[in-house]
Design a protein around this ligand. Structure first.
Ligand code: BGC
Length: 363
């Protein structure tokens, strides 16, 4: 039976970039009754599945690139003969709007809803509505607290390991500092740094801010944290925050640790606008590996980034959605194939990207 399961749905956490294996093996399957009919069920040629996708802000760079990947995977499945429709909504940063959108999608007959929460501490209305209609929900990217995730058995989470991203960002900076003593501009043997933070309360912002800095310190390098400023994941906000920091600390800033690529790019924008040349700028590190972030690493304006595996997450979301939408649940013994942790969580690892390997990610 396991062989048949593999043939129905199998995903090895493989991203589209050069076939790199980025995630743990994930195999999702339908229940035995379905499997014996050759994987027939919703989403196959016989029956259609309707997937609702709601994002907290349709203008968020990383989230929109993740959804692009998800939609490409949907097109692929359709070409293979699956009948899938996707209804998309953007919540423009309002949890109230998002709650209404989820209600509408349930009423419109969605078999499963993928939700990128606006407020990750406030999923109660969504869970209640989904449970009342018996529609499973896959939360992604913005992680709800685990009491909420465990409040009903048809709730799942797909994301990435935030600790990993903070650690890798810190390692990129620490290695560069060790290999390149000129990064220590004032030669005091310490890295003087500033942090550009994402939204307050977001799991990634909290963890990345702490672990990027502690990893540098754990590597034996002394750190002088000049300031940490919130720029809400946004390039333009980061540019103005960086302006204030440059006015305050000038050349003393030797490193900028940004919680994501968009904010790292905002910092670069500010140095550009002041005509401060590369050699006079601090090292700047981001997280995500968005198209624009990777281009900045390639050009040398960003020291490095940490790849947030949107290919893995997009595919996992679709495979999981197709499995749960069918009214069947994921087989109990799935865990031996997959990192569907505790039948609830799928988390992809991050990867280090510097100029040395950036071309692998740009394909
Ligand atoms: C990404 C950010 C994004 C945020 C949105 C994070 O995982 O790194 O770029 O803005 O998710 O929730």
């Amino acid at each position: 039976m396991k062989k048949i399961i593999k043939n129905c749905f199998s995903l090895r956490g493989r991203s589209s970039m050069g076939g790199r294996l980025v995630g743990a093996t994930l195999v999702l399957a339908m229940m035995a009754g379905v499997i014996t009919t050759g994987c027939a069920g919703k989403g196959t040629k016989s029956e259609e599945i309707k997937i609702g996708v709601v994002v907290y802000d349709e203008y968020d760079t990383f989230v929109s690139q993740l959804i692009d990947v998800f939609m490409e995977d949907v097109s692929e499945k359709k070409q293979e003969g699956s009948k899938i429709t996707v209804e998309r909504r953007g919540s423009a940063g309002s949890q109230i709007t998002q709650n209404q959108q989820v209600d509408e999608l349930i009423k419109a007959g969605c078999d499963v809803i993928c939700v990128n929460l606006v407020d990750r501490t406030d999923p109660a209305m969504i869970i209640e509505a989904a449970r009342a209609a018996d529609v499973p929900v896959i939360f992604f990217n913005r992680e709800l607290v685990n009491q909420d995730l465990y409040s009903w058995d048809r709730l799942y989470y797909v994301g990435a390991d935030a600790y990993d991203s903070g650690n890798i960002e810190g390692q990129i900076a620490a290695d560069a500092f060790r290999d390149n003593p000129s990064m220590d501009k004032n030669k005091d043997g310490k890295i003087s740094l500033v942090v550009l933070e994402g939204e307050p309360g977001h799991q990634d912002a909290i963890i990345r801010t702490e672990y990027s800095v502690s990893t540098i310190m754990d590597s034996g390098i002394e750190v002088d944290k000049l300031e940490s400023g919130i720029a809400n994941w946004k390039r333009s906000e980061a540019q103005s925050k960086m302006g204030q920091m440059i006015d305050k600390y000038g050349d003393d800033i030797e490193l900028v640790l940004a919680n994501n690529d968009d904010m790292a790019l905002g910092a670069i924008d500010e140095y550009e606008s002041r005509n401060i040349t590369f050699s006079k700028r601090p090292a700047i590190v981001g997280i995500d590996g968005t198209r624009e972030g990777l281009a900045a690493v390639e050009s040398g304006s960003m020291l490095g980034t940490v790849y947030n595996d949107k290919e893995g997450q997009g595919k996992a979301m679709l495979v999981l959605a197709m499995a749960v939408a069918d009214g069947h649940d994921i087989v109990g013994d799935l865990d031996q194939y997959a990192d569907l942790m505790d039948g609830k969580y799928i988390r992809f690892p991050y990867a280090r990207v510097t100029r040395d390997n950036v071309s692998d990610y740009m394909q």
